[in-house]
Design a protein around this ligand. Structure first.
Ligand code: ZN
Length: 235
């Protein structure tokens, strides 16, 4: 199977907790809000291909075979910054809608974090659905389970961090991780807030916009409330 050197990036929303699963409307609205946020996040990364939506996370990739070393790092950080910004703009709209349910109220505290790696991946296409396979795909997913203690960060694998040159604006902090099936692995994280242009702009949506947001959430939540669809239980 042919492989291609690729940047692998996962953007993962954090902050929704399991207690919401006790309330059907909260759960429905959390689901709607998550998809709405992920759509904005993905839209902010046009140069990356969306491989898969995985619960509250989006898995993306970009061919990197012809990319210079520091371009691999700088494009990862630039796209993470753009996605983070898009996420928080949309999150503010979600949080300011007038729905009192926990799924909407909790949106105020949602966070976005990233893990990124570079490696050789093979592509499988089954019924027009593109899938990436290989040890590097496994590694980037296992990087989500890490010891980083800040809520919003970009965690670079050692392979990607090694290419940084001058592309990393702040020093990455090292974390060691025992990756299941792979062994001890080193990675480096930077706080998203330390990246240039990362401050989420403060918007004050009008009452009309807030009302519109509330109605669209209520409408989109309908199939869930009627019991026609079920939210996947988040792991
Ligand atoms: Zn709600």
């Amino acid at each position: 199977m042919a492989t291609e050197r690729s940047l692998l990036l996962i953007a993962d929303i954090g902050g929704y907790t399991n207690y919401m699963s006790t309330h059907r409307m909260s759960l429905a609205h959390a689901e709607v809000n998550t998809s709405r946020l992920l759509e904005r996040v993905i839209d902010a990364a046009p140069e990356f291909d969306l491989i898969e939506i995985e619960g509250d996370a989006a898995f993306l990739s970009r061919p990197a075979g012809r990319m210079s070393d520091d371009a691999a790092v700088s494009s990862t950080l630039a796209v993470a910054t753009a996605m983070h910004r898009a996420f928080h703009i949309e999150r503010q709209y979600v949080a300011k809608n007038l729905c009192p349910c926990k799924g909407c109220a909790a949106a105020d505290n949602l966070k976005l974090k990233f893990v990124a790696h570079i490696g050789d991946v093979a592509t499988q296409t089954i019924r027009q659905q593109r899938k990436l396979v290989g040890i590097d795909v496994i590694l980037v997913h296992r990087m989500l389970k890490n010891a980083v203690e800040i809520p919003e960060y970009v965690l670079l694998s050692e392979e990607l961090h090694r290419l940084r040159g001058d592309a990393l604006p702040v020093a990455g902090q090292e974390v060691l991780q025992e990756v299941e099936g792979i062994g001890p692995t080193r990675a480096y994280f930077v706080d998203v807030a330390d990246l240039p242009n990362s401050v989420p702009p403060l918007a004050a949506p009008s009452v009309l916009a807030r009302l519109g947001g509330t109605l669209s959430v209520a409408g989109a939540g309908m199939p869930y409330m009627l019991g026609l669809r079920r939210r996947r239980v988040a792991g």
